[in-house]
Design a protein around this ligand. Sequence first.
Ligand code: UT7
Length: 335
Amino acid sequence: MASTHIAGPYTRVAGLGRAVPDRVLTNADLERMVDTTDQWIVERTGIRERRILPEGQATSDLAAAAARSACQQAELPVTQLDALIVATITPDTQAPATAVYVQQKLGLSQIPAFDIAAACAGFVYGLGIADAMLQSGRYKCVLVVGAEILSRITDWTDRTTCVLFGDGAGAAVLTRAEAGQGQRLIDVSLGADGAHAAQLEIPGGGSREPTTQTTVEQRRHVVRMNGRQVFTQAVKNMSAAAATVLERNGRTTADVDVVFAHQANLRIIEGISQRTGIPLERFFNNIEKYGNTSSASVPIAMSEAVEQGRLKRGDLALLTALGAGVAWGSALIEW
Ligand code: UT7
C-alpha cells in the first residue's frame, strides 16, 4: 500500500526482540497431569505446546534477554535507552517494579523504570505510553517489554486454564525518528471496561485479600477465569479496537497487510477475522508453539514475523490485544 509521508519526528519501532525458555511442555505432558486430551486442546485453542521457565529464574531474566535482543536489532547500545517500561502481571516481586530489576540486569542506572499492569493488552498499552513520552520530546529512546512467567500463577490442577498459558518475553525499542526511516507507529487506541473485572482475576495476594494461610489453601493466588465470557469479550473488543484505530487514521481493513492479534485462542482469532472481514491468512499466528503468553504474545509474534519475512518494509501492521480488566488496545504501524 502507499506510504503516508509525514513531516517531523515520529515514533519508530527501531528494533524487536524476544526470549522464550527452552523447556517445552506439550499437550501430551498435560494429558498426564489433568483430565484432558491433545485433541481437545488443539481443537478448542490451537495450542500444541508452551514454554516453561525453570525454577530460580524470574520475569526480569526473560525481560532483560528480550530487551538486549531488541537493542541489538535496533543497533543501539542499551546505554542509549532513556526509559524502561515493563508490561507484566507476573512481576518478580510485589514491590518494587520488575523494570528496576531489568534496569540492573542491563547494567543501567538512573533512567526511569516502571511496570504497567494491563494484562494481555500490556504491550500495546506500553506502546501508547512510550509514544506519548517520545512525542513530548523529553525522551528519545524508550524500551517496552512484555514479559510473563504465567506458569507461576497457573493452577496446574485446573484443566480449564492450565492448558492455555506459557512463559515468554518480547520487547521493542522505540525511538524519536525523522520522517522516512520506516517502522512508523501511526497510532495506538486503548480501552478498558472494569465491569468485567471478575471474569479473569487472581483474587488473592493484593490489598483486598492479603496473603494468609487460608488464601493459600483456597488457591486464591492463581488465575481464575470464566473462559466463555472472556472469549466473547475478546472477539468483540479486539475487533472494535481494530476498527477504531483504522477508521481514525483513514485506513480500511483492505489496507492491512499483517495482523498481530493477542495469541489467546485460535478460535478467538478466527472470530476477529470473521467480524472484521480481514482474511485469516493475514493474521500471523504462533499460538501452537507458545500458548497464551499474555503481554509477551504480540511482541514475540512481531519479532518472529520480521525474522520470517512476514512483516516487510512498507507493510501496514495492525496490532490488537485484550486481557484481564477487561483491558484492550490496538495499534497501527507502517513498517
Ligand atoms: O488472554 C486473554 C484471556 N483469555 C482468553 O482469551 C481465553 C478465552 N476463553 C477461551 O479461550 C475458551 O473459553 C477456553 C479455551 C478457556 C474454553 O473453551 P470453550 O470452548 O469455551 O469450552 P467451555 O469452557 O465451554 O467448556 C466445554 C467443555 C466443558 O465440559 P462440559 O461442561 O461441556 O461437559 C469443560 O469442562 O470442555 C470441558 N473442558 C475441557 N475438556 C478437556 C474445559 N477444559 C478442558 C480441557 N480438556 N482442558
